[in-house]
Design a protein around this ligand. Structure first.
Ligand code: ADP
Ligand code: ASP
Ligand code: MG
Length: 439
């Protein structure tokens, strides 16, 4: 069994969907067993967020974006499908569109889109795309069947970025696939709680859906089909000399994605790594190109250029928060309390660094979380701040993180020196450094 996943840009337009259908027809005629995960059509998740935000503000222009959403899906179905199949799909889409319309009107009336409601709204993107594409595949002679992932991906109720119950999900996945041997066409990104409420797995989460299915089915491999040639040495939008990495290890891929390589959603690696399932990244627009293979034993001979640094990634709009004060020195528990305060507010820690004197600890977080972080940490240390043992949280905005990743770096000297001098020559001030012992 192989698990394939096609991202939003691969299915942004009906012509592109036709290209995907051709790729899958080739798999089908070879007799391969596979299942396919689809994202929402390109731009649709952003549009659903925008309509909800406008509706919650009482701005009626949300209806315009909603009308575009409805029209886009009906038009795609009409272009891709004929006869009976089209007649089966249209009423279902219209029904969905009606539910979405009512939901948004509800948000408009109460002027509120809670994370729970928003997840339900967002699910319409993947549910519409996978549904239409399942029928396009049937029309192409593939024994395809639509699977709403809410049936098999079980999560907690942290709406917006729900945590997966692996055991329960794997059990449901196995059971479903045994009972339904057709080629399952699955909605990415969505899951549900035990009580049946709709959740989402975080932006970019369709990659994760594919990994969960692969782990649940003990798949032979997973293929992430996207709009670039594979995982590259840098973000191709930022660096014109980015090169494709033919082979990379799970750890390196995880590190690059954690620090901003959007081509793969960071949580994706863990479930497949634990079962040693290789991950291919392939270009939908150049299907015969090699792509990247992520595995536990990357072939270094053909690895990244130079074989020392595998890649560089970066994230913008970072905030560095620093807790400092003489009262912290030698007293255990300060960092625990700092991280507890952040985790209670669900603030994701991207990077940590501590001065060797224990006088200060700095943590990089997403820019949007700055206000919450300041409130939470100042509240947690209110006593110490009053006693002047600790200073109020220092917040520095408008920073970026640059990560240099390569498992081979530990065997070479001078790599960090070269990185720092390149930064210095270009007038870039370094505010904090962190190095994993794995390098
Ligand atoms: P999809 O819609 O297929 O999920 P994404 O937009 O989520 O696609 O991810 C693919 C994009 O990731 C590419 O278009 C590219 O701009 C960006 N990207 C950032 N860093 C890298 C990298 N190191 N290698 C490849 N792509 C990268
Ligand atoms: N459609 C979702 C998003 O845009 C999930 C995905 O594309 O992976 O974040
Ligand atoms: Mg993606």
């Amino acid at each position: 069994m192989k698990v394939l996943k096609f991202g939003g840009s691969s299915v942004a337009k009906p012509e592109r969907i036709k290209g995907v259908v051709d790729i899958l027809k080739a798999y089908y005629s070879r007799g391969d067993r596979f299942t396919v995960v689809f994202s929402a059509f390109g731009g649709v998740t952003d549009a659903l967020i925008e309509m909800s935000t406008l509706a919650a503000k009482g701005d009626e222009t949300y209806t315009k974006i909603l009308a575009d959403f409805c029209q886009r899906h009906v038009a795609a179905a009409t272009e891709l499908l004929k006869g009976d199949l089209l007649n089966q799909v249209i009423p279902e889409l219209e029904n969905n569109n009606e539910v979405l319309k009512n939901l948004l009107y509800g948000i408009f009336l109460v002027r509120e889109a809670s994370p729970r409601t928003l997840d339900y709204v967002l699910s319409f993107g993947e549910r519409s795309s996978a549904f239409i594409i399942a029928f396009a595949l049937k029309q192409a002679g593939i024994d395809a069947s639509y699977l709403d992932a809410r049936k098999v991906i079980k999560t907690d109720s942290s709406f917006g970025s729900a945590k997966v119950d692996f055991e329960l999900s794997y059990e449901k996945i196995k059971e479903y696939y045994v009972q339904n041997p057709e080629i399952q066409i699955v909605t990415g990104f969505v899951g549900s709680t035990k009580g049946g409420l709709t959740t989402t797995l975080g932006r970019g989460g369709s990659d994760y859906t594919a990994a969960l299915l692969a782990a649940g089915l003990n798949a032979q491999s997973i293929e992430i089909w996207t709009d670039v040639d594979g995982m590259m040495t840098a973000d191709p939008r930022l660096s014109s000399n980015a090169r494709i990495i033919p082979h990379i290890s799970y750890h390196e891929a995880m590190e690059l994605s954690h620090f901003g390589a959007k081509v793969i959603y960071p949580p994706t690696i863990q479930p497949v790594m634990s079962k040693n399932i290789p991950v291919w990244i392939k270009n939908t627009f150049a299907p015969s190109d090699h792509g990247t293979i992520i595995s536990s034993t990357p072939n270094r001979e053909q690895g990244a250029p130079g074989n020392i640094v595998s890649g560089i990634s970066s994230i913008n709009n970072i905030v560095l928060i620093t807790l400092e004060g003489s009262g912290m020195i030698g007293i255990p528990g300060f960092s625990r309390r700092l991280f507890e305060a952040l985790s209670q507010e669900k603030i994701n820690v991207i990077l940590i660094t501590q001065s060797s004197s224990e006088h200060s600890i700095s943590v990089a977080i997403e820019g949007a979380m700055a206000v919450k972080a300041r409130q939470a940490v100042d509240h947690a240390f209110a006593n110490e701040i009053t006693l002047q043992k600790v200073e109020p949280l220092k917040v520095e905005e408008g920073l970026s993180i640059v990560a240099l990743v390569g498992e081979n770096m530990r065997n070479h000297t001078g790599i960090s020196g070269r990185m720092f001098s390149a930064m210095g020559r270009n007038g870039i001030n370094i505010r904090a450094i962190a190095q994993g012992s794995s390098e």
